[in-house]
Design a protein. Structure first.
Length: 407
């Protein structure tokens, strides 16, 4: 099916997340030209639809626009990818509110992860070729039909992996993997507190904890999601909405936990620090859940989070025998670390030890449709899906409410 086909036709081909992955992609129907892979490089304009953040604010700021792409002359080391699927992350929601410092100012095409087929390669690119199915990452710009990315930010997909899974994997799993294994050095018998255990990073972290023997996972989430997160590997689900998670954890483990993954910030960082056992480590990797309370920027919530943030000196760290670290995938520029991490994750995928949990897929053309009174990002298809591996507070679709109506 081509991108030119009507949304109605495309919709019939929406693949539900639980369906088996599609067969390997057909080869490119026509080379897009531009790089070393297309010597003649006739000047040709590619039709290119993109989801553009046109300004900061609510979902109405995200518009589907036609951004024709003049057949790009690839720089050495670059590849042109025809995007088949792309993922939505918390960072895009932050970016929409002007709270993600790594996103260029609007107008900007959103999207940090996706999957697709290589359509052209630049000079010097030896390990990617036209027709390769790849995971692709970029700081922004993945929510469009064609992207030019450095070849080293593309990773060949396992044959059995669907485009949806490939688009849902990088950010959540790399974040969880680096925190657990590079920073916290997770080992058998340890205990981990995973906040937002029902979210994208939470699910990834839980699955990765299962790859190590005898790890106890405490996971906070709404009660309605406990059954599923328990099946996914959370040993002790805690409803943070109705219970004090500190009290609940102390009931099971009076000494506390070895590792806290903290995406909350504010007063929760202090609670997490107090919960650590001696020699334990707390990793701060977000503040958004306490800061982002709706579609638009909430200055009061931001001020409250800032006011309540943990403040201590190194003497206190020494006297308590605890460690605090920070993690931000967006600031990692070590390509070797990136490649090594994704390679490890793809191997775990092949072994059946991890599997992205996808909430819903949407037609690209349907971004911005109203649903249940809230404006949703209903995205991606034809050659686009947008995947909610994500479950934001004010969204009506959560990963527990799978395959919500596409109409
Ligand atoms: N530093 C980095 O490199 C990096 C990378 C990726 C993500 N992050 C951060 O990681 C966090 C999670 O991102 P995500 O993409 O996994 O989010 P997500 O998929 O949107 O998940 C959000 C989940 O959190 C739950 N939740 C909301 N507030 C909560 C709270 N106070 N306590 C426990 N659960 C809560 C929500 O459902 P229920 O409330 O119904 O349970 C939902 O399941 C965000 O803060 C994001 O900024 C950081």
């Amino acid at each position: 099916m081509s991108t030119e086909e009507a949304p109605a036709q495309q919709q019939q081909q929406v693949k539900k997340p639980d369906e088996p992955p599609p067969a390997a992609a057909e080869g490119p129907q026509e080379s897009a030209g531009g790089g070393g892979g297309s010597p003649a490089a006739e000047e040709k304009t590619l039709s290119n639809r993109a989801l553009v953040l046109t300004g900061y604010g609510g979902y109405d700021k995200i518009k589907l626009q036609e951004k024709p792409l003049k057949s790009p002359q690839l720089q050495p080391g670059e590849v042109l990818v025809r995007v088949k699927a792309c993922g939505l992350n918390f960072a895009e929601l932050l970016g929409k509110q002007g709270l993600y410092e790594l996103l260029p100012s609007p107008p900007v095409v959103l999207g940090m992860e996706g999957s697709g087929v290589v359509e052209a390669v630049g000079e010097d690119v030896k390990d990617r070729k036209v027709g390769d199915r790849v995971i692709a990452m970029n700081r922004s710009g993945m929510w469009q039909e064609w992207v030019v990315v450095p070849a080293q930010r593309t990773f060949p997909m396992p044959e059995e992996m669907s485009f949806e899974e490939a688009a849902a994997l990088p950010i959540n799993y790399m974040t969880a993997y680096m925190m657990l294994f590079e920073m916290a050095n997770l080992r058998p018998g340890k205990s981990v507190l995973i906040h937002m255990a029902a979210g994208g990073v939470g699910v990834a972290a839980t699955q990765l904890c299962q790859t190590v023997k005898d790890v106890t996972v405490f996971g906070t989430a709404s009660a309605s999601k406990h059954e599923v997160i328990s099946q996914g590997g959370v040993t002790h689900p805690i409803d943070y909405r109705t219970k004090d998670y500190v009290t609940e954890i102390r009931k099971v483990s009076p000494k506390g936990v070895d590792i806290v993954l903290d995406p909350l910030g504010g007063s929760d960082t202090q609670k997490g620090f107090n919960l650590l056992k001696p020699l334990g480590i707390l990793i701060v990797f977000g503040k958004s859940s306490n800061c982002v309370t709706g579609q638009k920027k909430n200055l009061f919530a931001m001020a409250k989070t800032w006011y309540n943030q943990l403040s201590l000196n190194t003497m206190k760290l020494m006297q308590t025998n605890k460690a605090i670290s920070g993690f931000h995938l967006g600031y990692i520029s070590d390509e070797e670390l990136f490649g090594r991490t994704l390679t490890s994750l793809l191997e775990l995928y092949r072994q059946g030890k991890i599997k992205p949990r996808i909430d819903s897929c949407y037609h690209f053309e349907e971004v911005g449709l109203s649903y249940g009174g809230l404006l949703l990002l209903l995205v991606g298809f034809g050659f686009f899906y947008l995947f909610y591996n994500h479950n934001f507070i004010n969204m009506t679709i959560t990963w527990m409410k799978r395959n919500a109506s596409l109409t």
